[in-house]
Design a binder for this molecule. Sequence first.
Ligand SMILES: [Zn+2]
Ligand SMILES: [Zn+2]
Length: 112
Amino acid sequence: MPRRPCLDCGRLTHASRCERCAAVHQARIEQRRGSATHRGYGYRYRVTAAAKVSAHRQVYGDWCPGYGVPAHRSADLTADHITPKSAGGADTPENLAVLCRMCNARKYNRIA
Ligand SMILES: [Zn+2]
Ligand SMILES: [Zn+2]
């Protein structure tokens, strides 16, 4: 395989980048991916929310407590902040309430 200049530093290499620049390039990609999950609802929040929903399901089954409507059966359960993030609410299980998607949307519209 012919050697060619590294895309970043120009050093002759067998790949498109020399080993050192490839590592830097890879780190940059991972950093970008990481910062994307820090914006808004990241990976950690989704894990917390999923755990909250599954704990709710173990106790109540597919049952929504209802928001503005009586409690009702629903398999489409989601976790939402009790104190909104915009008001300083944390991404902790204690600050999450389980509602179905419809009730969550209703609750969100009422706050907004
Ligand atoms: Zn290089
Ligand atoms: Zn509901």
